[in-house]
Design a binder for this molecule. Structure first.
Ligand SMILES: O=C(O)C(=O)C[C@]1(C(=O)O)C=C[C@@H](O)C=C1
Length: 304
């Protein structure tokens, strides 16, 4: 049976994302995001499911770092889930002195906590469900959890539908060892991470390579290389698929000019951000093929 390792324990948003990817597969929890990557790299699970980006709190740095380090894994699918929380307590709890959750979740309910539990000490936990486990075991009084967590742990709802930003969403990736790239659908995303050379205009140069080929950038994020102060790698999410000429051409250009480029996957967009085939017709695959034919003819001396 196909196994999906997910950022657990049971009752996380990541588990719901894993279910959305493939109901019927065996879901195996891993306690941290790096452990999800490790399970896939070691072949203990074929796929891994991790959060990558939240509309309120931004990128999940543990995922970003794990994507760029060690043996490469690539994204083969994404899913976007709405994020509203339940605040869970042991049945009968009236006095909440400590409230725990994953830092990303805490950041999304800061105002609610200020208004409703102003005296509670806020504690970071490895995941929203780990916080629920901590409450069940008596280590904290309340957990900011995914709504499904109440079905997994002997806890009661102190509040439901908690979110400072009503329409918050989190994007999750399904990861696999490099091998098969999903077929292009016409509304795909390609992710890469590039270590740029440290020279004037380099970032502008990278973006120009994309702009010249009519490629939309949906996200750019920098993280330190962790080797030297001031040295950064750039994560880019672009619209399009690696099999498209203009995307392949742009990534080859990035490979020429950057110290390092790692392909992080081409996969269907969960919520397409552009019209299908909205790109400039001068950058279509047909246009690239015609230009390559002309160039080959010129080199052979059969065309001018
Ligand atoms: O702890 C969980 O439930 C997770 O799946 C992690 C996570 C995150 O890292 O962003 C997922 C979605 C929510 O935004 C809060 C927490």
């Amino acid at each position: 049976m196909t196994r999906i390792a997910y950022f657990g324990p049971t009752g996380t948003f990541s588990e719901q994302a894993a279910l959305a990817f493939a109901d019927g597969h065996e879901l195996v929890p891993a306690e941290t995001i790096p452990l999800v990557f490790a399970a896939v790299r070691a072949g203990e699970a074929e796929f891994g499911c991790v959060p990558v980006e939240n509309s309120v709190e931004g990128s999940v740095s543990a995922t970003m770092d794990a994507l760029a380090a060690d043996a490469p894994l690539v994204a083969v699918a994404e899913v976007v889930l709405p994020v509203r929380f339940s605040v869970l307590v042991r049945p009968g709890t009236t006095d909440v002195k400590t409230v725990a959750s994953h830092p990303h979740a805490l950041a999304q309910v800061r105002h609610w906590l200020d208004e409703n539990l102003p005296d509670a000490a806020v504690v970071a936990s490895t995941s929203t469900a780990a916080a629920a486990v901590g409450v069940a075991e008596g280590r904290f009084d309340a957990a900011v959890s995914a709504p499904v967590a109440v079905h997994h742990y002997p806890l009661a709802e102190l509040a439901t539908d908690v979110a400072d930003v009503r329409d918050a969403v989190t994007r999750f990736l399904l990861l696999h060892k490099p091998g098969v790239v999903p077929e292009p659908t016409g509304a795909d995303r390609t992710s890469v991470v590039a270590v740029a050379a440290d020279r004037p205009g380099e970032l502008a140069g990278i973006l120009t390579e994309l702009a010249l080929r009519s490629i939309n950038v949906s996200r750019i994020e920098s993280r330190p290389t962790k080797e030297r102060l001031g040295e950064y790698k750039f994560y880019l999410d672009i619209d399009g698929h690696i099999t498209q000429q203009r995307v392949g051409d742009a990534l080859a250009a990035l490979h020429r000019r950057c110290h390092d480029v790692r392909f992080l996957g081409s996969y269907p967009q969960a919520a397409p951000s552009v019209e299908r085939d909205a790109a400039d017709p001068d950058t279509s695959d047909d246009s690239y093929a015609a230009a390559a034919q002309w160039l080959a003819g010129v080199r052979e001396g059969t065309r001018a």
